[in-house]
Write a protein that binds this ligand. Structure first.
Ligand SMILES: C[S@@+](CC[C@H](N)C(=O)[O-])C[C@H]1O[C@@H](n2cnc3c(N)ncnc32)[C@H](O)[C@@H]1O
Length: 261
């Protein structure tokens, strides 16, 4: 049995996956301004902040954050294609392609906020990448990890349709929680956990299309047959009107602050 993170990062959910999905990523996932507004207030992002987004994807969140706050932003992403979109969107000096584990060592303690939004679970060793992430924070700087806790997963529209996936997603969520709360990070305050709305999901025919395109990375773990069976369950519930409207998908911001030396 593989450890949950190597399960996510070593195989199908590697760079290859994010390269393949990059062109459709914004359309399939979109941004959710209420979550970003919450990040601004919880992480205290202002026009004086320098913000690093680790695993920034296409840079859509950073673009929104920069427009909303005038903060100085920088993104890092391991997928060449995701990073290229981010560079085109933000400017080449505001996004870098490469593994964060390596790129983080090139920065001084210069950031007011370091953000991992739905990215930390894709690192083979999340505990290990957090140490360099803390060293690039200024004293008093804030570290924010946006993810879903296992209880949050019930709010995902795909929950219940792919039982194999429910188990592995919960296992990853629980492991990440353990890493965050149990690893003794030097100079970090205790984590606060803030419950948030991660996104809105339309539960109509368009959900079927998104699922067929494996819009959430864990869907990549399914065989074509497993995907087909889950899709037929979704179709059945859509027909009988048991899955309809807009669903509010829940998540959690883990937030902490770097203490002075
Ligand atoms: C699910 S996406 C999240 C993207 C964006 N933060 C968002 O919320 O939409 C995860 C991103 O993490 C990136 N990633 C995974 N491992 C990484 C690593 N070792 N270094 C940098 N980025 C990484 C992937 O390429 C991918 O773009």
């Amino acid at each position: 049995m593989m450890a949950p993170f190597s399960y996510l990062s070593g195989g199908v959910m590697s760079k290859k996956h994010f390269n393949a999905i990059s062109c459709q990523y914004d359309e399939l996932r979109g941004i959710h301004p209420p979550l970003l507004e919450r990040l601004v207030s919880e992480a205290k992002i202002t026009n004086n902040s320098r913000v690093l987004d680790v695993g920034c994807g296409t840079g859509a969140d950073l673009f929104w954050l920069r427009e909303a706050t005038r903060a100085d932003v920088m993104g890092i992403d391991a997928s060449e294609k995701m990073a290229s979109i981010a560079r085109a969107r933000l400017g080449s000096h505001c996004a870098m392609r490469g593994n964060a584990e390596v790129l983080l060592t090139g920065f001084r303690a210069e950031f007011d906020v370091v953000l991992f939004k739905l990215s930390l679970q894709h690192f083979p060793d999340p505990g290990q990448v957090l140490n360099p992430a803390v060293s690039v924070l200024k004293d008093g700087g804030r570290l924010a990890v946006v993810t879903a806790r296992s209880n949050d997963l019930k709010s995902f529209p795909i929950h219940g349709y792919f039982p194999e996936l429910d188990r592995s997603m919960a296992e990853v969520a629980d492991s990440l929680h353990q890493v965050l709360v149990n690893t003794p990070f030097r100079r970090l305050r205790r984590w606060q956990q803030v419950e948030v709305e991660l996104m809105h999901e339309r539960c109509d025919e368009s959900l079927l299309e998104r699922v067929k395109q494996r819009y959430l990375s864990p869907l990549r773990l399914l065989s074509d047959e497993e995907l087909r069976i889950g899709i037929s369950r979704i179709e059945r519930d859509l027909e009988s009107d048991q899955l309809n409207g807009i669903r509010s998908v829940r998540g959690t911001i883990y937030l902490t602050q770097k203490e002075s030396a």
